[in-house]
Design a protein around this ligand. Structure first.
Ligand code: GRF
Length: 193
C-alpha cells in the first residue's frame, strides 16, 4: 500500500510510522513526505529514512486550490492510495478531498469533538480535564471533523505537568497511528474478509 505522509513541523508521528518494521513487512510503502514548511524538522527525519520529500509552499501559489493541485500532480503518478496527515498544519479543501475521497486520515491530540483546532493539549490541561486522549479519523471539509476510526484515552496523573501529559499523549499517538495503519493494511490485503 503506497502512502504519502503530510507534515509541517516536528515529525515524531512521521518517524513512528517510518521506523516501524512491522508496517514495512505488512506492505506499507511511504513514497513521499509532503511538507509545506521548508525548514521543518520532519524533513531531516525523512532524509534519515531515505524517504523523498516534496516541499510545497502555499505562498508560491495564487490560491489554495492550485497549491493542492500541485500536490495531486505529484501524488497521482506515484500511485498513492492513502494520505496520512501527521501534524500537517493546513486545512485540506475539496480539491484534495475529491482526489482522495475517504482516503485521507488525520491524528489529533484530544478526544474529538472536544478541543478541535489548535493547542488541544494545552486547552485540556488548562481545563483540568482528568481524561483526555487521541483521535484518529478520516477527514472531511471541517477542521478535525470526519468519521472517527479510533480513540484512546490518556488519563491525567496527579503530578502531571503540561509537558509530561503532552509526552504521554505523543507516545499514545505513535502507538495508535501504527496500529490503525496496520489494520488498514490488513483490510487492503483482504485479511479478515
Ligand atoms: C500531533 O500532536 C498530532 O496529533 C497533531 O500535530 C502533532 C504533530 O506532532 N495533529 P509531530 O510533528 O508528529 O511530532
Amino acid at each position: 500500500m503506497k502512502v504519502a505522509i503530510f507534515a509541517s513541523g516536528n515529525g515524531s508521528n512521521f518517524e513512528a510510522i517510518a521506523q516501524s518494521e512491522e508496517l514495512k513487512q505488512a506492505g506499507l510503502e511511504i513514497e513521499v513526505l509532503v511538507c509545506d514548511q521548508p525548514k521543518a524538522h520532519v524533513i531531516k527525519r525523512a532524509e534519515k529514512y531515505h524517504i523523498p520529500v516534496f516541499v510545497n509552499r502555499l505562498a508560491d501559489f495564487a490560491n489554495r486550490s492550485d497549491y493542492e493541485q500541485a500536490i495531486i500532480d505529484k501524488l497521482k503518478p506515484l500511485g498513492i492510495e492513502y494520505i496520512l496527515l501527521a501534524g500537517y498544519m493546513k486545512v485540506v479543501t475539496t480539491t484534495l478531498l475529491s482526489a482522495y475521497p475517504n482516503h485521507i486520515i488525520n491524528i489529533h491530540p484530544s478526544l474529538l469533538p472536544k478541543y478541535s483546532g489548535l493547542e488541544a493539549i494545552e486547552r485540556a490541561y488548562e481545563a483540568n480535564d482528568r481524561v483526555t486522549g487521541v483521535t484518529i479519523h478520516y477527514i472531511d471539509e471541517g477542521v478535525d471533523t470526519g468519521p472517527i476510526i479510533k480513540q484512546c484515552k490518556v488519563v491525567r496523573l496527579r503530578n502531571d505537568t503540561e509537558d509530561s501529559l503532552e509526552q504521554r499523549i505523543h507516545q499514545t499517538e505513535h502507538q495508535m497511528y501504527v496500529e490503525v495503519i496496520h489494520d488498514l493494511l490488513n483490510k487492503n490485503n483482504g485479511v479478515g474478509k
